[in-house]
Design a protein around this ligand. Sequence first.
Ligand code: AHR
Length: 354
Amino acid sequence: MKHRLKSILCPVVVTAMLLCMAVACGTTSIEENSNTVEEEMIEKEPIVVGFSQLGAESDWRSANTQSMKSSFTGLDGYTMIFDDGQQKQANQIMAIRKFIQQEVDYIVLAPVTENGWDTVLQEAKDANIPVIIVDRRVNVEDESLFVCWIGSDFELEAQKATEWLHQYAENKKIPAQDIHIVNIQGTLGASAQIGRTKGLQDAAEKYGWDLLAEVTGDFTQTKGKEVMKSLLQEYDNINVVYCENDNEALGAIEALEEAGKKVGSNLINGEVMVISFDGINEKARSYVQEGKISCIAECNPLLGPLVRVAIDTVESGGVPNKYYYVNEEIFSANPNITSVTVDKKEYPVTIVAK
Ligand code: AHR
């Protein structure tokens, strides 16, 4: 697949070649200028993209896979070989090695965690296959091992969500020490977990909130529920549950309601506030309208078209931006917080109608 230009000899060329041969043998009297047709029709083979997706743990992930697949359908010059790593880095490394053997034109990697990619990405580089990283990041010594990265600013998402909480507490005059938070984290070592955990830790320190516990829920609904259940057994004063994605939030809400808690933002009346990330799951979005999830910092999964642009840039001899951040919103049904400010920049809150 490395040599994508295949030539097709069209009938007129074949005829001309036969005539040429005949002329060379002196068996015809056809004029010389009729033997000058030497056009070759060139047809381009599709660009083959090997995509190593980390798994299928969340609705965000399914939307991301869908976005990638529909950007490389095989219909318009791009085709994709898809591999599901099932949350295991070893599977993703195997997939990349297989793509190298298959001589794909590009490798796109959505890495499960950040560390441990140097060797296999060096192998791709040695094979002259450009690598594009999507969603989470890779932590490699040599940044020339990948062409570019396209994804979310996970720490900024967290800063927006925590600023929202700060404003809420200020508006309601809730003292910082009365905010008792548990963090249901994502997969440990994944950029989305690292950025969102850091954003919360920084805000808790800055504002003096009581950060009771941090436990991984692996970005899944089942684990989110399981973790929430055990946190409820351990702490009786939790009033804010910060979930590092919507699937965990759905699981946590199930556990809270089964334990007889009222989920909502009225902390003064004993409700438990849920804050989350993503905004792609229908149920989570309807929970924002109902007030069961107080705010969601969006994480945009629609990366396929951007990967295509990056590939087109490389194909036409250009160099894509090394880091490309997607635009993201923040959603809430609370009409009183219309924007949040992070590092002096104001981000509007999209108020979801109840
Ligand atoms: O890396 C992006 C995160 O991974 C999304 O927030 C989460 O839902 C997914 O599983």
